[in-house]
Design a protein around this ligand. Structure first.
Ligand SMILES: *Cc1c(COP(=O)(O)O)cnc(C)c1O
Length: 368
């Protein structure tokens, strides 16, 4: 049996008619940049997040950059970023001119270790960027309390967490700005690059829209220099179709995760993802830990099962951050789990048969 890591074609085939029609509509209406599809998507996505404003941008990385700029964060400021996340989170901080300060991860959730947060805050710290990594929500109440105490802004990197909830609350209740990516492989994916900024703050919304569109408020009225990072009409139209299905797709991911958990829970060598009723995990990725990760990955590959590693090197251990002069001991948890994490196939259309095949092969590997 072949089990792909993700299967975007299967999802497209299920909604092909609607998607194809929506793309043709955009062309017929020549609504390529801005226009009715972008406006409609922004309205619907803000509603989905239970927030006041959504500003479509070119991609998720830009959404974080624009969010930082909208909060006036830049040269001379420090921003706290998890050691274990996709590089875009810290890259955006550097793009804005601020200094990246990494924080180690929690050994249970793999999200930022909230206990360490107060120790990393200096007079220069302006913002913390919790990442709901793999779709696992950060315990934002604790982060919010600390941020309030030290007067820090909170930008949540929700690139992997469309629809995630904390104590039954929407993410927007826990910070200034949410940043989203609609990269094709994300839980809500466009057919190219796309992203969004979500906020309840009117002033931040105006600034973010201005900054992502050449710093202008009308056609040639440039208040400041911004960038060109806008959401395409075609991507917005595709996202509008897909938004109708996102809750159903997330439920399917959660069902798949439950089945994985049930099949793997008694296996000593494998640690399944942390799960609690208080955090609504949306399983962008299903990440297990294994004490013989590389051999297991190879064994699964030889049996037709594709897996991934998110991420093979914690950010402070990358060449790109050599200038910070960190050693593995500075981030003991992130540096340890980079050797053990393995992302199993996860997408809504994954079948029960496929999941059982994967878990059978994992058990077979450890029984040898
Ligand atoms: C994908 C991703 C981003 C960046 O999104 P792009 O749309 O690819 O720029 C940022 N942060 C995290 C955690 C991501 O997974």
């Amino acid at each position: 049996m072949q089990v792909p890591f993700v299967d975007l074609k299967k999802q497209y085939n299920a909604i092909k008619g609607e998607i194809d029609d929506s793309i043709l509509d955009v062309i017929e209406n020549t609504a390529f940049i801005g226009g009715r599809y972008v406006n409609k998507f922004e309205e619907m996505y803000a509603e989905y997040c239970n927030a006041k404003h959504c500003i479509g941008v070119g991609n998720g990385t830009d959404s974080i950059f624009v969010a930082l700029k909208a909060l006036n964060i830049g040269v001379g400021d420090e921003v706290i970023v998890p050691a274990n996340t996709f590089v875009a989170t810290s890259e955006a901080v550097s793009m804005a001119g601020a200094r990246v300060v990494f924080i180690d991860c929690d050994p249970t959730t793999y999200n930022l270790n909230i206990e360490l947060l107060p120790k990393l805050i200096t007079k220069k710290t302006k913002c913390v960027i919790p990442v709901h990594l793999y779709g696992q929500p950060v315990e934002m109440e604790r982060v919010r309390d600390i941020a309030n105490q030290y007067q820090l802004h909170i930008i949540q990197d929700c690139a992997q967490a469309h629809g995630a909830k904390i104590n039954n609350n929407y993410c927007i209740n826990y910070g200034d700005i949410l940043c989203y990516s609609f990269y094709p492989g994300k839980n809500l994916g466009a057919y190219g690059d796309a992203g969004a900024i979500v906020t309840n703050d009117d002033e931040i919304a105006i600034k973010a829209r201005m900054l992502s569109n050449h710093g202008r408020i009308s056609k040639y009225d440039h208040e400041v220099e911004g960038i060109n990072s806008r959401l395409d009409g075609i991507q917005a139209a595709i996202l509008l179709v897909k938004l109708k299905y996102i809750n159903d797709w997330v439920e399917k991911r959660r069902k798949n995760a439950s089945l994985y958990a049930e099949k793997l829970k008694n296996l000593n060598h494998v640690k399944i993802p942390y799960s609690t009723n208080l955090l609504y995990h949306v399983y962008h990725l299903y990440v297990i830990r294994s004490d013989s990760r590389n051999e297991l990955q190879k064994y699964l590959q030889n049996n037709g099962i594709s897996t991934g590693i998110h991420y093979p090197l914690a950010l402070p251990n990358l060449k790109a951050y050599k200038y910070l002069n960190h050693s593995y001991d500075d981030f003991p948890v992130a540096s340890k789990i980079q050797e053990e994490i393995l992302s199993l196939p996860m997408f809504p259309e994954l079948t029960e048969n496929q999941i059982c095949y994967v878990t059978d092969k994992i058990k077979e590997f450890y029984s040898k």
